[in-house]
Design a protein around this ligand. Sequence first.
Ligand code: WTA
Length: 660
Amino acid sequence: MSQEHAGTESLENLLHETRSFPPPADFAARANVTASAYEDAARDREQFWARQARELLSWSTDFTEVLDFSGAPVARWFGDGRLNAAYNAVDRHVEAGHGERVAIHFEGEPGDTRTITYADLKDEVSRAANALTDLGVRTGDRVAIYLPLVPEAVIAMLACARVGAAHSVVFGGFSAEALHARIIDAEARVVVTADGGYRRGKAMALKPAVDEAIAKGGTPVEHVLVVRRTGQDTAMTDGRDVWWDDTVATASAEHEPVAVDAENPLFILYTSGTTGKPKGIMHTTGGFLTQTAYTVRAVFDLKPETDVYWCTADVGWVTGHSYVTYGPLVNGATQVLYEGTPDTPDKDRWWQIVAKYGVTILYTAPTAIRTAMKWGEELPGRHDLSSLRLLGSVGEPINPEAWMWYRRVIGGDRAPVVDTWWQTETGAIMISPLPGVTAAKPGSAQTPLPGISADVLDEAGQPVPDGHGGYLVLTEPWPAMLRGIWGDPQRYQDTYWSRFPGKYFAGDGAKKDEDGDVWLLGRVDDVMNISGHRLSTTEIESALVSHPVVAEAAVVGAKDDTTGQAVVAFVILRAEAVERADEEGEGADVVAELRNHVAKEIGPIAKPRSILVVAELPKTRSGKIMRRLLRDVAEGRPAGDVTTLADSSVMEQISTGMSG
Ligand code: WTA
């Protein structure tokens, strides 16, 4: 592992960033959380979290234990407590008299809308829980969810939680192949899907991918529950597939939520690691809900009576789990859920939605902000965005220019911006300014939240002094931390806890500035970040090599102005394929075919931006591919130090091929 991804250029730029924006006085005066939270948490970290757990959640059995880390690196939080996640997200708000409050303003891409109150949500989730029970789902089971971003996605997740089953949401943009692997790994008995969803004005089928995944064999799937979204023709398998409209819609709205142990699995979510096989990140109930609920209050300053919150993430990613389904609903928030792309029908769709619903809190990704910058400020300028009072960013480092644009153009130079660092594995926000406390620096996540301990270490595991860079680690267990990798405890230990024994290694490079504030610098492993989505170089390499014409492949994440990084692949073709391409002039076809092949194997988000056919790859004498050099080529730089290459002429050939 090296720090080559950390990028010295970006480090240099960031060193010159000196602007800072203190919270507006009226915001600070009304903020949910003030500076005293840091002191409270520092005095007694565990009691701080125990207080949050009791204040923010309703427990059917109170806990007496707070943290038990005797089974490190697997933590137990609030271990002898019992609760139900769906009850916390829905029922108790109805019981408290907020049944008429809107939980979800749904906006479909074609312009259809639905308003779902907390009372409606309680009925819907209860019906879905009864329907899942009828399909054989029991406490402790796993259910796969493969849906577009429609309310049923949130309802299905909560219905699983209501019966004490873990959901495994698979992003609707993933392929049948990826879905198949995830269903098998999680041993899901039921899949919840839809006929299709709307994307860029088209009805895109989803159900056929589920059929294809199950047809590959080896899955324990007994039933498929199908939401009707687009109304397109959909094949149904008798005895296996049922329509949501025939089962959920007709089920009873009475359902008793199952109280589970705080450590009962709430969900598994697959994410890319440094090997080809995605990791099933496992989260449990009590700690996850505590920290997601706390961070919505503290970082987004949510006031459930008056705010309209919008997190633009899909529920297929962790941000959609923590900051669409659980964190906001546990707080009783009113939120917007938008199905489609930001440019359908026009490039001002998001800003139109903000104005229409009076969104006050917006949480999105740097790639979306950079895309909006590219489209021009005239588009947001057409709409009244004055309702916005807080802006959040997540998913990748946000460059200071994008941060400033977000603040000025979207936030009217008024709304605080919070850059929030966290991961699928951390479950909830870990490092972020507090909007009523911190003087925000453009491009920095700045400070570990109250109750969170982080540091930046050098190669030898020593904390770096202020003004220096190194590896980001978390030094104390936190409530929403993953409890492991599904079915692979050893990989959990090896991936996160062996680089710096006793500390959680996040895989990110970071720098502490002269004030000790943290600046994230990107991944230091073979994980890429494309539009805020994690993809593994190895996974895409395996997909390429699985194509019959490919002999060898190397993939790098190259810097991209909009998507942060872009996938660039270098492939060596098998001799037969090279001959064929030469004879028939099929070179371009091979590249197109390989790009489609990757989309089919993993999903369209993994499609390489470019594929270069090369004769050799740069390797060390021990046979390790030097991706650093390929990245130089992909980013249009002269290749760096080639002295450790087995054959130093290889880079010359590749660079010539590139410019030729
Ligand atoms: C990156 C998304 C810089 C980081 C919640 C991390 C960030 C990976 C930030 C996790 C941020 C996320 N600044 N980098 N504010 N937020 N990252 O699991 O590299 O999809 O390790 O979770 O995204 O991606 P994941």
